[in-house]
Write a protein that binds this ligand. Structure first.
Ligand code: KG4
Ligand code: ZN
Length: 361
């Protein structure tokens, strides 16, 4: 089964081809430089950029693989959550391809695709605990199978990636800040007491990072030299950073990672049937842009090892938005015969992606 994946939910236009569970090719155009000028993603600009790039990217992947539209068995498209205009560009393109070929159509939950992406690199065991940490979402899932993911907890306000990006913005670091915080934190011992582990003294699996942001704003208000150092990095690159700036970044990132660890441990403690081997999770699967973070990978790695659990992390290029994960999730569901029809609509951020609105085919 040959599946084309289309990803346009935020600021990456991407296409990928998966045949029988293996990645054949992928192309991606990032809009990061365009949005950096504005300090964040501008939705109207993002959809215009998708509209500009998607055709040429399709031509490229088609030529590189000697592909005719009629070779496709399935077109899998990210249906949400994401930015409305952006999703519509991918969806319209997918439907056009389906109309011009014999391929089936399948709308993919972008968040589920993140969590399943590591399946391109190794077998995923089920049931598993899933932790999705991206720019817009921080969700814990009970993953029973590739098509059955149940939410256990979610962020009540900012997502982990957003918390990183906003801290970077407070420091006047360039957008997108998450990866830069990571670079500045490399090899630096964090001050574990500087920032709180927000919303962890409770028994819920929800997250809230707003307390951490407030603590960071208070800390920076008293230390203008850190903001001056951030401006230097913005002007002259990471080499211009000071030791104090690197330490505050490492401490903040550690607070994010440790908060994720605390809630992950709680989810394992609360897992029903934990003591019954067959029902217990076989692994912790971590995915989304923030799963690329060095500290997050290390802290969650230690946590899983203490629990005797396998920690599954996709390679870095599969953590951030890409179409390989959409094509792979499409192949996983498509081989079970699941399809949507041309009435398929997109699901913007803030709305719930339906779980089971497939059509008979
Ligand atoms: O999954 P993703 O690419 O897009 C969404 O679906 O949101 O995640 C993007 C988020 C951004 O907030 C970005 O700053 C963050 O992931 N991010 C990182 C790192 N790489 C990307 N955050 C911390 N450390 C990183 N290395
Ligand atoms: Zn994403």
């Amino acid at each position: 089964m040959l599946c084309l994946g289309i990803e346009t939910s935020c600021d990456e236009t991407a296409l990928a081809l998966v045949r029988d569970g293996a990645l054949l090719d992928q192309v991606l155009a990032s809009q990061a430089d365009t949005h950096a000028l504005f300090g964040g993603v501008v939705p109207e600009l993002a959809s215009r950029e998708h509209y500009r790039f998607i055709g040429p990217l399709y031509d490229l992947i088609q030529k590189r693989n000697g592909l005719r539209a009629t070779d496709l068995d399935l077109v899998a498209v990210a249906r949400g959550p994401g930015l409305l205009g952006c999703l519509l560009v991918g969806m319209a393109f997918a439907k056009g391809l389906v109309l011009g070929s014999r391929a089936g159509l399948l709308g993919i939950n972008h968040l589920h695709a993140h969590l399943l992406a590591a399946g391109l690199e190794r077998d995923l065991p089920f049931p598993a605990l899933g932790l999705l940490i991206s720019g817009g979402h921080t969700h814990l899932y009970r993953m029973e199978s590739p098509s059955c993911l149940k939410i256990l907890g979610r962020t009540l306000d900012d997502a982990a990636g957003e918390a990183c990006d906003k801290f970077a913005k407070m420091l006047h670091l360039p957008y997108p800040g998450g990866a830069l915080l990571d670079a500045l934190s490399q090899g630096v011992e964090p001050d574990r007491k500087l920032f709180p582990r927000p919303y962890t003294r409770n028994a819920t699996l929800d997250f809230s990072f707003s307390g951490l942001k407030t603590a960071a704003a208070v800390c920076l208000a008293g230390r203008p030299e850190l903001i001056a150092a951030g401006k230097q990095v913005c002007a002259n690159g990471v080499e211009a950073s000071t030791e104090a700036l690197r330490r505050v970044c490492a401490s903040y990132v550690h607070a994010v990672a440790d908060t994720l660890r605390i809630k992950t441990e709680l989810a394992l403690d609360l897992w029903p049937g934990m003591e019954l081997g067959a029902l217990a999770p076989k692994a912790v699967i971590v995915a989304g842009g923030v799963a690329a973070n060095t500290t997050v990978r290390a802290v969650l790695g230690e946590c899983a090892a203490r629990r005797g659990l396998d920690l599954i992390l996709p390679s870095l290029r599969l953590c951030t938005d890409n179409a390989s994960m959409i094509a792979y999730a499409g192949w996983l569901l498509g081989r079970k015969g699941l399809r949507h029809d041309l009435a398929l609509s997109v699901v913007p951020r803030g709305h719930t992606v339906p779980d089971n609105d497939y059509v008979d085919n």
